[in-house]
Write a new protein. Structure first.
Length: 289
């Protein structure tokens, strides 16, 4: 009798301490490698969140402490500080709160994160990948940098969609599907698709380009990524890879920002092949239509 009344309690304590250990366990190096690979590559959070100097140059010492201004007819948005600083960054947020901010666009205080943070795309990021990115954010040095609040000239929607519970990435064996997954978490189509006057992506013209990006570089216009004559139809795989990973066109002329070429150069060959297979699977559409 005595034994049977003690045992459950003792095992409950053991279980509780095992759970504590699990919660406190540092992420594995494989998790951190995966998170770094994504962030230094196709996901490129730094393209928006890295602190920059007056000519738009990266300030690596200041890490992801934000400040970049996005000016649009619809908004004046600033990339916030996402370093571990407890006052001006996200140092006080839990891992779950960070994952929710990335995939659902909801801050711990319940407010909604606005564009151009590509939440509509990040919703489809797998649990494994979002956790890997959060683990890397935790390793970021705290940098104090107070960033102004964004203002939007339109009411943000009540949410970006239902809560994201569990997402699995498609198998790498399915090249087209996995390529679509990479293009989604890399939010390629965010820039390569036009938006309607309400700011919604025109899905019927997915990937056909034509969005205009004004900036210190003058103006750049996103290209047609579909296999149409006005798009990538006659391009070789090597030319597509050179454009994405090398930032140069078929004649070797460098492209203008804001595409994240400095990061995309780290996309590995197998992921580049998957991205290319996906682009080739898109329905051909004329430029901007
Ligand atoms: C295209 C630019 C862009 C990209 C890419 C981007 N962000 Fe953001 N992010 C923003 C902007 C702008 C905001 C603020 C929007 C607002 O003020 O409502 C934001 C907000 C956030 C916030 C909320 C912070 C706060 O204090 O409110 C977090 C956390 C965040 N981003 C993390 C990330 C991570 C992690 C990645 C990569 C997986 C990423 N972002 C990629 C532009 C971007
Ligand atoms: C922040 C916006 C943005 C994002 C994100 C983006 N691109 Fe681009 N992309 C552009 C712009 C703008 C150009 C044209 C630049 C120029 O004309 O100098 C371009 C050019 C290209 C080209 C050259 C095509 C041609 O006909 O010359 C390819 C290929 C391409 N992007 C593929 C991708 C892929 C794949 C991704 C995702 C991994 C991606 N882009 C993400 C904005 C973006």
């Amino acid at each position: 009798m005595r034994n049977s009344s003690i045992r459950p309690a003792a095992s409950a304590i053991l279980l509780a301490s095992a759970l504590n250990l699990a919660a406190a366990a540092p992420p594995t190096s494989a998790t951190l490698d995966r998170g770094r690979y994504l962030m230094n590559g196709v996901v490129a959070c730094a393209n928006c969140h890295m602190a920059r100097g007056p000519r738009g140059e990266y300030l690596p010492d200041k890490g992801l402490s934000g400040g970049l201004l996005f000016q649009d007819k619809m908004f004046t948005a600033y990339a916030p500080n996402v370093t571990q600083d407890r006052e001006t960054g996200v140092g006080k947020w839990t891992d779950a709160q960070l994952a929710r901010a990335i995939r659902e666009g909801v801050r711990p205080d319940g407010s909604l994160i606005g564009p151009p943070m590509p939440v509509e795309f990040y919703r489809h990021m797998s649990d494994e990948d979002v956790n890997a990115i959060v683990a890397v954010l935790r390793t970021e040095r705290a940098v104090s940098n107070a960033v102004p609040k964004s203002t939007y000239n339109f009411p943000l929607p009540p949410s970006w969609g239902p809560p994201v519970t569990s997402v699995k990435a498609p198998s790498r064996a399915d090249k087209v599907k996995y390529g679509e997954y990479l293009a989604t978490i890399g939010h390629c189509m965010e820039c390569h698709t036009q938006r309607d006057p309400k700011g919604m992506l025109v899905t019927a013209s997915l990937g056909s380009g034509g969005r205009v990006f004004p900036g210190p570089w003058g103006e750049s216009i996103s290209r047609n990524l579909t296999p149409h004559e006005s798009g990538l139809k006659s391009w070789t795989d090597a030319q597509i890879s050179n454009a994405v990973r090398g930032g140069v066109d078929r004649y070797g002329t460098p492209y203008k920002p804001p595409m994240a070429y400095q990061h995309y150069k780290n996309i590995d060959d197998s992921d580049m092949a998957a991205l290319t297979a996906y682009l080739r699977s898109l329905p051909p559409r004329p430029f901007g239509e």
